[in-house]
Unconditional design. Structure first.
Length: 278
C-alpha cells in the first residue's frame, strides 16, 4: 500500500532537519535535579554540616551533588550499554559500578572539607568511615534515576499497539526507501533497526548509530522496500538483520547483527510467528 503525504512546509522541514542534542538535554535535566537535591541537603545540613553558614553549605552540597552525578552517571551508562551486549547479569554490574564510583566521590567529600586547601589524602580509617555513607547516598540516587528510566520504558512497552496485517509484516509498504536519504554518509545504508527515544529515532546500521529528530511512525512510513516489521512500540527491525531469538520466560528479544538486541512485544509474537520470523 502506498501512502501519500502532504507536502512539508519549508519551516517544518528546517526544524526537522536541524541537528539536536537529546543526550545533552537529558544531562542538563539530570543536573538540574541534582542541584535541587544539593539545595535540599544544604538546608537540612546532614552529617554535621549544619554548623556551616548556609552559603557555604549550598556550595558544599551542590558541588558534591554535581560531582557525584559526574562520577556515577558515566558508569551507569556503561552498565546499561555493555550489560545487554555482553549478556551479563544486571544487578551485579550495578553493584560493582556503585562500589567503584563511590571511591572518587569519597575523595571529593574529603577535599571539599579541606577547602580552600591545602589538600591531602585521607587516612585509611577516615576513608573507611566515610565511604559507606557515600555509597549509600550515591547508590540510592542511582537506583532512583534507573527506576525512573525503567518505568518510562515499561510505560512505552505497555502502550497499545496497532494490529499488523500479514501484508504489513511480510511486504514493504512502498517501493522507495526515502528514509535512507536522512542518514549521514558515515552510517552507510545497511539498516539494522530503528529505536524510539522520546521524540527521536535512533538509527542502527552496520556502521554505527545516530539520533534523528523524527517520529517512529513517520520513519517506518519512509522505509519503503526495506523488508522489516515494527516488533515493539519503540523498535522496528530489518528482516535480514535478525540472527537469533533470545527467550527469557515469556519475553522474547531478537538478536541482530553485531549483537544488538530488540525486544518483541507480546502483542506481536503471534503475528511474527505466522510470518516466519520466530
Amino acid at each position: 500500500m502506498v501512502r501519500h503525504f502532504a507536502p512539508m512546509d519549508t519551516s517544518e522541514r528546517r526544524a526537522e532537519d536541524t541537528p539536536q542534542h537529546p543526550v545533552l538535554r537529558k544531562v542538563l535535566i539530570d543536573l538540574s535535579i541534582m542541584v535541587v537535591l544539593g539545595v535540599v541537603l544544604a538546608v537540612m545540613g546532614p552529617f554535621g554540616s549544619f554548623q556551616m553558614p548556609l552559603s557555604v553549605r549550598l556550595i558544599y552540597w551542590v558541588g558534591l551533588a554535581v560531582t557525584g552525578y559526574s562520577c556515577f552517571r558515566p558508569i551507569g551508562a556503561l552498565v546499561t550499554s555493555l550489560g545487554p551486549r555482553l549478556d551479563l547479569p544486571g544487578w551485579p554490574l550495578w553493584i560493582a559500578a556503585c562500589l567503584l564510583a563511590s571511591v572518587p566521590v569519597t575523595l571529593a567529600v574529603f577535599w571539599a572539607g579541606q577547602l580552600p586547601g591545602p589538600f591531602s589524602l585521607p587516612s585509611f580509617d577516615n576513608f573507611a568511615r566515610t565511604y559507606p555513607y557515600v555509597l549509600l547516598v550515591g547508590s540510592g540516587v542511582t537506583v532512583l534515576f534507573h527506576q525512573i528510566e525503567r518505568r518510562k520504558a515499561v510505560a512505552v512497552a505497555d502502550a497499545p499497539l496497532p494490529t499488523l496485517t500479514a501484508s504489513q509484516v511480510e511486504t514493504p509498504p512502498a517501493p522507495e526507501a526515502r528514509f535512507l536519504d536522512r542518514l549521514p554518509a558515515h552510517l552507510g545504508s545497511g539498516l539494522l533497526a530503528l529505536e524510539m527515544e522520546d521524540h527521536y529515532v535512533r538509527v542502527h546500521t552496520a556502521l554505527g548509530s545516530e539520533l534523528i529528530l523524527l517520529r517512529m511512525r513517520d520513519a517506518v512510513a519512509e522505509l519503503g522496500a526495506i523488508e522489516g516489521a515494527q516488533v515493539h512500540r519503540s523498535w522496528w527491525v530489518a528482516r535480514d538483520a535478525v540472527e537469533d531469538v533470545k527467550r527469557d520466560g515469556r519475553n522474547l528479544r531478537l538478536v541482530l547483527t553485531g549483537g544488538l538486541e530488540a525486544p518483541v512485544s507480546r502483542a506481536r509474537i503471534a503475528e511474527l510467528k505466522g510470518a516466519g520470523w520466530l
